[in-house]
Design a protein around this ligand. Structure first.
Ligand SMILES: Cc1ncc(COP(=O)(O)O)c(C=O)c1O
Length: 460
């Protein structure tokens, strides 16, 4: 895009872009999106793009679901704001809580709402601390997450995140946050090590970390079922089967971050079901409202709720919540989203088209630049390497995956590059098979362009 466009001029005035290379957006101008239709979005010059990332892993029902717009409008007319402090609650929010608990994995008893994934994870940390104070264990406060995890960017959720870009010069992580191995078999396994042996080894590392720190100092372990923004890492076979008994052994809460995996992405309603997880707390956001309005939630186990209840008796109040916890308008949109998932049988849809995307991604596995092609359901990624045999990466300064993503955009497909030269796919769940083919074709052209660039610049 040239700086002479109205959009670029507009942007140069006021917008500080989050999660962006600020210098390059200043030089090249932003991509200004003006409208959406199905799995497509359009820029301000009328060019159409297949949104292969559902925006930020969230627009599960695409970009033109009128029922969600109508639900928001109806709610705006009926009750545009109310809150849930001091024993009050908007009616629609109670309906949403009931429906959410109804579809949640067994054992979840209560829903506590917030506005974003980061806030939900912050809340989960606070709940873990609150519960351990309630249980008379004031030392049991450290939190373990994993390298390359993405749990958000607030001070606490950003500390959970295990990615340098979210820490550097923001003085994160803060004290009490520890990071254990990322479960990437491709990157972490020793030559010839099976998925199971690798899982056992990194689970043993987790146990060693717990023992070294002192089990009575560890409050909770956070994990995404499939890591998203850290590079779409699908856990190796038996990983969670190994990890969960360790958490139980040392009485460590298991917080499952379902912000991406929740609501069908992996082919089951929750990633917890795909990987047979027994969480104490689940955090959800994004596809909870198909991304149409900000809303997130903590689903808290009935067992944990009883402890919180007793502690609030003691203190006189459960002193947590946001002005917009339980906001009725996003709640109405979320409720309509959950109804649509049921009516559309979204799980059957993901299971029907997911294999086409997985086959498409894996059809590039033999390409000399592709180290690994992976995924599950409707989430996937390729990892670009300089040398397929040694798995050697390109110099990060060459920004090879970012180049590929720019070329995909040129070919009308929006994808996302991530640290480690990984390119992610996470389209709206409503995507059809021909649209998947179109997405893979756009990726293929971009990969050809990238291979040509690498040759021309002598990078490989
Ligand atoms: C797994 C996961 N958790 C938490 C978050 C943070 O959510 P938000 O950006 O709404 O704060 C994200 C965002 O991408 C995410 O992918």
């Amino acid at each position: 895009m040239s700086l002479t466009t109205p959009a670029a001029r507009r942007d140069l005035s006021f917008h500080l872009h989050p999660s962006t290379n600020l210098r390059s957006v200043q030089a090249e101008g932003p991509l200004v999106i003006t409208r959406g239709e199905g799995v497509y979005v359009y820029d301000d010059e009328g060019k159409r793009y297949l949104e292969g990332m559902a925006g930020l892993w969230c627009a599960s029902l695409g970009f033109s679901e009128r029922r969600l717009a109508e639900a928001a409008y109806r709610q705006m007319c009926e009750l545009p704001f109310y809150h849930s402090f001091g024993g009050k609650v908007p009616a629609i929010s109670t309906e949403l809580a009931e429906r959410l608990i109804g579809i949640a994995p067994a054992g979840m008893g209560k829903a506590l709402f917030a506005n974003s994934g980061s806030e939900a994870n912050d809340t989960a940390i606070k709940l873990a601390w609150y519960v351990n104070n309630a249980l008379g264990r004031p030392q049991k406060k450290k939190i373990i997450s994993r390298q390359r995890a993405y749990h958000g960017v607030t001070i606490a959720s950003g500390s959970l995140t295990g990615l340098a870009f979210a820490h550097n010069d923001f003085d994160l992580p803060i004290a009490r946050f520890l990071h254990t191995d990322c479960p990437s078999h491709y990157r972490g396994a020793q030559p010839g090590e099976s998925e199971e042996a690798y899982a056992a080894r990194i689970a043993a590392n987790l146990e060693q970390l717990i023992v070294r720190e002192g089990p009575d100092t560890i409050a909770a372990f956070f994990a995404e079922p499939v890591m998203g923004a850290g590079g779409v890492v699908v856990p190796p076979a038996t990983y969670f089967d190994r990890v969960q008994p360790i958490l139980r052994k040392y009485d460590i809460l298991f917080v499952v971050d379902e912000v991406i995996c929740g609501f069908g992405r992996t082919g089951q309603m929750f990633g917890s079901q795909t990987f047979d997880l027994q969480p104490d707390i689940i955090t959800v956001a994004k596809a909870l409202s198909a991304g149409y309005l900000p809303i997130s939630a903590n689903l808290v186990s009935g067992k944990l709720y009883e402890i919180i209840l007793t502690q609030s008796d003691k203190l006189g109040i459960f002193g947590h919540g946001y002005t917009y916890s339980s906001h009725p308008v996003p709640a109405a949109v979320a409720l309509e989203t959950l109804k649509l998932y049921e009516e559309l049988d979204i799980l059957a849809q993901v299971r029907r088209v997911g294999p086409r995307m997985q086959t498409g991604i894996r059809s590039f596995a033999d390409h000399p630049l592709i180290g690994e092609a992976r995924g599950i359901g409707l989430i996937g990624a390729v990892e670009i390497v300089r040398d397929k045999t040694t798995k050697q990466s390109f110099d990060p300064k060459a920004a090879v995956a970012a180049f590929l993503v720019r070329r995909a955009q040129h070919h009308g497909v929006i994808l996302r590059s991530m640290p480690g030269d990984i390119v992610a796919f996470c389209p709206p769940l409503i995507i059809g098979e021909t649209e998947i083919d179109e997405m893979m074709a756009g990726f293929g052209k971009a990969l050809d362009d990238t291979a040509a660039m690498v040759r021309e610049k002598g990078l490989a």
